[in-house]
Design a binder for this molecule. Sequence first.
Ligand SMILES: Cc1cc2nc3c(=O)[nH]c(=O)nc-3n(C[C@H](O)[C@H](O)[C@H](O)COP(=O)(O)OP(=O)(O)OC[C@H]3O[C@@H](n4cnc5c(N)ncnc54)[C@H](O)[C@@H]3O)c2cc1C
Length: 375
Amino acid sequence: MNNVFLEGKDFARSYILPYTDLTDKESKFPEESFKKLGEKGFLKLLIPVEYGGLGKGLEEHAQVCLAFAESCSTTALCYMMHNVALMCIQTHGSDELKKKIFTDVVENGKFLALAYSEFGTGTNFYISEMTIEVNRDYTTFYGSKSMVTSATYASYYLVLAPSVEEGKINNWVFPLETKGLTFEISKWQGLGMRGNSSCPMHIDNVTLDSSFRIGAEGSGEEQVFNVVAPFFVTGLAAVYSGTAMHLFEIAKNHVVDRQYPDGKTLANIETVQVHIGNIYKTAAASKAITLEAARAGANGEEDALAKILAARIVASEAAIECGRLAMRVGGGKAYNKSLPTERLLRDAYAGQIMAPSADVLAIWLGKALTGQMIP
Ligand SMILES: Cc1cc2nc3c(=O)[nH]c(=O)nc-3n(C[C@H](O)[C@H](O)[C@H](O)COP(=O)(O)OP(=O)(O)OC[C@H]3O[C@@H](n4cnc5c(N)ncnc54)[C@H](O)[C@@H]3O)c2cc1C
């Protein structure tokens, strides 16, 4: 893949867009799109070349998530989480774990998910209240995760759990078929992102040997802040920037097409022109800061963290604002759902509350800019 953004756009038009309406209406996980994501190589985007992957990094991750979200926010979000999970395995996993999981992704089109958030600690997803019992090389887990995107469809779930070392956490891989793992699909009633299948996962007497732990004992927090954070936060910025751009496209096409009996269109009305300009500038600014943050992050630049945090906050606000204005110029057609505007606005509302929430990130941004420790 040379230009992953354009290839992502082409892919999305052919294999994501046809399912996106049904994904929302029936709250249906985009299985068909994921099958094609495997066949066309997108699932292995971040897997190193020596394991059969494409060896791409943060910038390409952001570009592909953005490209997909310009067609379907749900599919982009599920895909984004898969990439984040792969990065933890790539940077901290044992050779054995890499070989097993990367091979399953490359050869069998399997994908991954993040089971981090809990009912108690909520947006502070890096604090786990799960309990563990350790018996030599085996660890037994008990607890619940509150919202697990791609639940029951992903083959591997990254789970944060306490370490035996006081105050530390570990990042584990739970295969879907592990005994003691159950999902409560009926509890997913999302306002938007309805195809995500983001339901609770219950972990009752799940026993795994240490080969399923990613990295050294107690290294979970380091993974969360050095790997999950840049890829997840930049990925979220990309998903919501893509959602904002999608809203612009829909609004623009609508105002050009909507004709009055005198032959004039909505696009001929000055107030509407101002609204369209505002939707565009908001979406384009969000996209620009997201791509810049990904570039700075990929190059390890000093201000990368601030840019990544800022991009994610800008993007979640941009998607909601673009949705608000797109509903306004969309009139009765948008309100009565003959345009997909209301679906995208519902999707956009997930942005501000996904962990770490926009409010938490605003505090982190202030800390990062003034040289203070995060969180
Ligand atoms: C579509 C969707 C998909 C998701 N998928 C996943 C997934 O795949 N894996 C996963 O692990 N989780 C997932 N989540 C969960 C998500 O990331 C959050 O952890 C979860 O939404 C937190 O919910 P809560 O009600 O417990 O938040 P709470 O912790 O109750 O926070 C609610 C609000 O309070 C405010 N707030 C709380 N603490 C602070 C603070 N310290 N400073 C400032 N403001 C604060 C913020 O405004 C925050 O939004 C998903 C969520 C959504 C919406």
